[in-house]
Write a protein that binds this ligand. Structure first.
Ligand SMILES: C[S@@+](CC[C@H](N)C(=O)[O-])C[C@H]1O[C@@H](n2cnc3c(N)ncnc32)[C@H](O)[C@@H]1O
Length: 230
């Protein structure tokens, strides 16, 4: 596993070849992002926060001019690539560690996060959920997508062979870092429990193809003027 500094460096280095992910996954990752975004009923006049936004892969599905988009990612090269890829969109980019950012409470209607969760350390999970809950407006919604360790033995062995042996040889050694994170990320149950404890209502938690999970949650808490982060 990489430390946080290594992780930032890793993603900065990966930015040039990040699109290779799509080919290596036979566009499954793109398919799943679209599935996630389709769960959002309405982007009209909404303020959206895309966490760990990378090159802005989720943003291509947001086409309403009146959506206020904010992204947060600590890798500057990812942010530069996102900016040049989405020139036609007005995006407020925050370049910071999500855990260190002091967001204004209750500032977003929609929070998105695709493929950023698996690198969160277990001891950071509480802080992650508290940040989500704090920044979300009352009735705001969260949409999370991540790769998880397959449950079925065949699926696990196939994924291990494909991602750990084949993909690094075909698409580059940088992919070698991916499988250990998937292997450690058994499911999103702990994250879901944390969200429930933070008074977030789970609308849906579903596994797809024994390799991806999506959580859709809603903030049913009453507005508060002084939510704090520990
Ligand atoms: C696997 S990429 C996902 C990018 C994009 N969301 C997608 O769907 O492809 C993970 C991104 O999260 C960022 N990241 C990881 N940990 C972070 C943190 N603590 N704060 C801010 N960004 C972080 C990395 O720089 C990287 O761009």
């Amino acid at each position: 596993m990489l430390t946080k500094i290594d992780l930032k460096e890793y993603f900065n280095n990966l930015s040039g070849t990040y699109r290779t992910n799509e080919f290596a996954s036979f566009f499954l990752t793109n398919f799943m992002r679209r599935k996630l975004i389709k769960k959002v009923q309405n982007f009209e006049n909404k303020s959206v926060l895309d966490i760990m936004s990378g090159k802005g892969e989720n943003l291509k599905y947001i086409n309403q001019n009146n959506t206020k988009i904010t992204t947060i990612d600590f890798a500057s090269k990812m942010n530069i690539a996102a900016k040049s890829k989405h020139k036609n969109k007005k995006i407020h980019q925050i370049e910071n560690d999500f855990f260190k950012e002091k967001h204004k409470p209750e500032s977003y209607d929609i929070i998105l996060c695709s493929f950023g969760i698996k690198t969160i350390q277990p001891e950071q999970l509480n802080a992650f959920t508290k940040q989500l809950s704090k920044t979300l407006k009352p009735n705001g919604e969260i949409f999370l997508l991540e790769l998880v360790k397959p449950k079925r033995t065949f699926n696990y062995k196939f994924t291990k062979f494909y991602l750990d042996a084949l993909v690094p040889n075909i698409f580059g050694k940088q992919f070698k870092a991916l499988f250990p994170y998937i292997k450690n990320h058994v499911n999103m149950n702990k994250l879901k429990l944390n969200m429930i404890n933070e008074k977030l209502q789970i609308i849906e938690h579903k596994r797809y193809m024994d390799l991806f999970e999506i959580i859709h949650a809603k903030n049913i808490a009453i507005p508060s003027l002084n939510k704090t982060i520990e």
